[in-house]
Design a protein around this ligand. Structure first.
Ligand code: HEM
Length: 444
């Protein structure tokens, strides 16, 4: 009898201890990062408002560097400080090396067939390798120096003519004109727009629409049961826009094929892609992959990307003691990190000199110092980092050197933003430019 009682006590004690330890472990393992509760069904979606990067920065001030939000049926984690960004994009980079499949990937990127949305794997590697080889890598960038020089010359000429006619310059239109032509030369060996005018302006509007709509939080992506209603009209707009781009790309493809024999000595990116579409691992790029990739490049003219491009947790993991479930979407608030007063002195003051001295002079914006990561970081860091930095320095330097700049009389400089995958200026910048150099410097 005594033995049975002892045994019973031992069994009960075992179960209590087991339950206690399990519940402790389970509790710790399942502790999600803090965040707002949100509403039934849609969760925290309504809290994001029209400027999600600003709303998320405010949440981070309240809840801490890592915030978890339930958005409809999906979870999203947001990193808003250098340390938390490093934890995701460096320590756990491999686990976050895919992007979520959403309406933008489906409707604007040929069902994730491009480099931006492709899963981390052989197809992504092939796209990235060929793009580096012919367009974005160091050697390729050197090879295309002449294209940059000539196209910038065309832009300076167009701006000079505007100034002589006493017209204002719409800066975004000028940049769209020069970027589309530079990229056209590298990809297709031809200028896409001969003169700056209606056609190049329409193209700019298409690019802006794409960059804006791709960044919107489409409710159907988070509440799949009501996705079919598309009540924000985002998917309808994406499909309409995609059709326009597809027509344009098909036309470019066709024209390019007709003239292939002329480029035997100097193939362009499209020739390189077509000739190297198979790799040794049996991966083959389809026409759709190639079209999707070209579309990515014609778009890359506006980014400063406030929320990085989203990533997704391939497996459940732990970050700073918090549990991150599999499938959680990751946003890194690059915008908030750049404005964090504990990282930057007077962050909102325009003071480029801050990068000339002391520790800031050593900051490398190519994904190594998490205080400044305009191009993201890790395996999926911006494929155009080199080209982006080079073009900004080259174009900005040339524009400042070539003209005196002022805003038109009576106009106040407006720095408001419109949210999207890339931030746009809410009111495009108009400027009056006055040549600083002799007229001969502006003729092509
Ligand atoms: C100032 C200019 C630019 C900025 C600030 C910028 C920013 C970014 C950011 C933040 C990402 C996401 C990185 C991540 O997930 O960690 C990205 C991805 C990407 N960018 Fe850029 N970008 C710029 C210019 C360009 C240019 C010029 C190109 C090409 C012509 C380009 C092509 C790409 C591609 C293909 C990806 C996807 C990479 C992948 O998923 O593997 N970008 N960019």
């Amino acid at each position: 009898m005594f033995v049975v009682r002892e045994l019973l006590y031992a069994v009960i004690l075992f179960f209590i201890t087991h339950f206690f330890i399990r519940s402790l472990l389970f509790k710790n393992a399942r502790k999600l990062p803090p965040g707002p509760k949100g509403w039934p069904l849609v969760g925290a979606l309504p809290l994001l408002g029209s400027m999600p990067h600003v709303a998320l920065a405010e949440m981070s001030r309240k809840y801490g560097p890592i915030v978890y939000l339930k958005l409809g049926a999906r979870g999203m984690v947001v990193a808003s400080t250098p340390d938390s960004a490093r934890a995701f994009l460096k320590t756990l980079d491999l686990n976050f090396s895919n992007r979520p499949t959403d309406a933008g990937a489906t409707n604007l990127a040929y069902n994730s067939q491009d480099m931006v949305f492709a899963d981390y794997g052989p197809r992504w590697k092939l796209l990235r390798r060929l793009s580096n080889l012919h367009m974005l890598g160091g050697k390729a960038i050197e090879d295309w120096a002449i294209v940059r020089k000539v196209e910038l010359g065309h832009m300076l000429q167009a701006m000079y003519e505007s100034s002589i006619r006493g017209e204002k310059v719409v800066v975004a239109e000028m940049l769209a004109f020069v970027m589309a032509n530079m990229i056209g030369q590298v990809i297709l060996s031809r200028r896409v727009f001969v003169t700056k005018g209606t056609e190049s302006n329409e193209f700019k509007d298409m690019v802006v629409e794409l960059m804006t709509s791709a960044g919107l939080f489409n409710i159907g992506d988070f509440v799949p049961s009501i996705a079919w209603t598309d009540f924000q009209g985002i998917v309808r707009g994406m499909k309409r826009l995609h059709k326009k781009f597809d027509v344009l790309l098909n036309r470019m493809f066709k024209e390019h094929m007709k003239t292939k024999h002329e480029r035997k000595e100097k193939p362009d990116l499209l020739d390189t892609l077509m000739d190297n579409r198979d790799n040794s691992e049996g991966e083959r790029l389809t026409d759709t992959n190639i079209k999707a990739l070209l579309l990515v490049f014609f778009l890359r003219k506006h980014p400063s990307t406030p929320l990085n491009l989203p990533r997704v947790a391939i497996e459940a993991c732990e970050v700073s003691g918090y549990y991150i479930p599999k499938g959680t979407r990751l946003s890194v608030n690059i915008w908030a990190i750049g404005r964090d007063p504990s990282v930057w002195e007077n962050p909102l003051e325009f003071n480029p000199d801050r990068f000339l001295h002391g520790k800031n002079a050593k900051i490398d914006s190519r994904g190594n110092n998490f205080e400044l990561i305009p191009f993201g970081a890790g395996r999926r860091i911006c494929a155009g980092t080199r080209m982006g930095i080079l073009l900004i320095e080259y174009i900005l330097g040339t524009l400042v050197h070539s003209f005196e700049w002022k805003v038109p009389d009576g106009v106040k400089l407006n720095m408001d933003e419109t949210f999207g995958l890339a931030l746009q200026k809410a009111v495009p910048l108009d400027a009056i430019v006055t040549p600083r150099l002799p007229p001969s410097a502006y003729s092509v």
